[in-house]
Design a protein around this ligand. Structure first.
Ligand code: SF4
Ligand code: SF4
Length: 204
């Protein structure tokens, strides 16, 4: 009985996904709902998220504007959002979600938008010079070592951003203070972390 119910649930989920993939227009609003389960309709534009966001001053699209654009379901506006620097300025500090009366997970949405922007090759040119190389170096460091490893991160970032000589004068001081360990510390669940990356990349 339980097995049959489980199969029916699986089948209906699969069919819902197929129907969505074949029929629904690919607006950010639809993709967001079907891929990470967040409904933008819950946002009622109170603006509390933007009022508390430490990066809002530097963003063209503040967190509540991001929500409004997603709600609008306009392909041109979606493309502008995915090409904007704003999505790369979010520091994932979670201030917005802690203030949101509807508990809308904006950091998760920003993460989703960044991945989507890379996938569709729409990334902002300014962010491309430093924020995106750092984003990719950081993700790779977590994927391969399971935790923060400063030397690997710095070297990888310098190669990607082509800023080889920037801040090299700080290296001796950091070494003398033991801030740059040569080898990464291991963690127990490294294989689990790598499996999460594999699963996520397969979903793209
Ligand atoms: S705080 Fe929440 S409900 Fe208010 S504008 Fe921001 S996302 Fe929308
Ligand atoms: S998580 Fe991002 S959008 Fe939210 S308050 Fe922090 S910087 Fe702003």
């Amino acid at each position: 009985m339980y097995y049959a119910l489980y199969l029916i649930t699986l089948l209906s989920k699969y069919m819902a996904k197929e129907i969505y993939q074949n029929n629904a227009p690919h607006t950010l609003n639809n993709d967001l709902f079907h891929e990470i389960g967040i409904s933008s309709a819950r946002c009622y534009q109170c603006g509390k998220c933007s009022a508390g966001c430490p990066m809002a001053e530097d963003m063209n699209y503040t967190p509540n504007t991001v929500m409004r654009i997603i709600q609008a379901e306009d392909r041109q506006m979606d493309l502008e959002l995915l090409s904007s620097e704003s999505i790369w300025l979010c520091a994932s500090c979670e201030m917005c979600i802690s203030r949101c009366p509807m508990q809308i997970d904006i950091p998760k949405i920003m993460d989703y938008l960044r991945q989507k922007s890379l996938q569709e090759r729409l990334q902002d040119k300014a962010a491309n010079k430093s924020i995106i190389p750092f984003h990719q170096s950081f993700l790779d460091m977590i994927r391969y070592t399971g935790r923060s490893y400063e030397v690997g991160l710095v070297l990888d970032f310098k190669l990607r951003s082509k800023k080889i000589m920037q801040d090299v004068d700080l290296v001796p001081k950091m070494l003398s203070h033991g801030k740059l360990p040569f080898l990464p510390d291991g963690i127990k669940g490294k294989k689990n972390i790598q499996a999460i990356f594999k699963r996520t990349l397969r979903k793209k």
